[in-house]
Design a protein around this ligand. Sequence first.
Ligand SMILES: [Zn+2]
Length: 403
Amino acid sequence: MTGERRYYDDSYTHRFKGEVTEVGEVAGQPAVELASTWFYPESGGQLGDQGAIAGNRVLDVQVDDAERVWHVVDPTSVDGPALREAGPLDCEIDWTRRFDHMQQHTGQHILSAAFERLRQAPTLSSTLGAERSVIEVGLADVDWRTVQAVEEAANQVLWDDRGLVLHWADAEGVKRFPLRKPPQVSGRIRVVEVPDWDWSACGGTHTRRTGEVGAVKIVGWERIRGHVRFSFLCGGRALRDHAWRTEQLLEAAKRRSSGERELIAHLERALEEREDFRKRLAALSLRMLATEAREAVGSPPRGVAVLADDRSREETRAFALQCLEAGAPWVVSATRSPEPSVVLARPRAESSLDLKAWVPELLAAARGKGGGSPDMVTLAPADANGAEVVFALARDRLVARRA
Ligand SMILES: [Zn+2]
């Protein structure tokens, strides 16, 4: 026979005497069945319990196809047959973890009902995770105003501290409840009622009263499959998350010498300033490169080969263009860092020289990527050494060609 599931009518007992009736396996892990259990097996989007049986760690609880509840025990410590012989054993559910799950799960009922009541938006799926929980809601999109309204309504139900009511019904009897979703099971159906708010057919564990959920907070959302998937936190998780966010926000504001309410405006101003600096720096850099290029080309103009350090790809390319502008017959402009780069260029009018034809050979030496046109080729060598090798190869070729 299958073990009795006591948590259906009592989700608060977390220390009890249990008798092992069967020893088996779940996915290759040793597992035991109890004559009756308060451990919750993973189902309906809620994680299974953890805890201990006679000091042996219970890592997970699963229900099999025959509706039997298996307590997966730590394989390094357990002696299954000995447990079966031992008589009643001390069983303990990790209550902190379980109560956290009860807060998330009960909060989920209340939050889903709030979306339904305020926006006629059904919950399509829910998953209660170890850190965050999610519900996928039938909404095309959402804004902060809707999120706040839904949160406010859900939390009001918590503040009312309504007592949850459990009902058992058969397929016929269940029709008297205005269920949010049709039941997915047959036979005896358990209906969980949040008075004047929600009726759900559900086999999970819930708090006795809505007040125990503590708080419901949406902490993010994304559009997915034409719906919106919300992340939310309840109870202790919501408090710890709020503490973390408060610390981050206040520290960020302090480091910016700004009030937390002005932080976004401050960041936007800082971004504008940065963009302004970037433009001015680029203009300044271009003027310096132009001066350097004119000096390198000289008079009468000669070919230029410069291998720099700490020059960006854009600057490496800009230097080559400035050299052409100054009348150079050819240029090799390269940099070792921050990103190795080599640019070969010649005046457009100089059509007898096809730099692009050199690319395969140069790429082989550079162990990198690159390409271009007959008058200008850009290479991104794999490393600084590749940049040096390609620089020397290209320079020697261009010098020899002119000799
Ligand atoms: Zn439930």
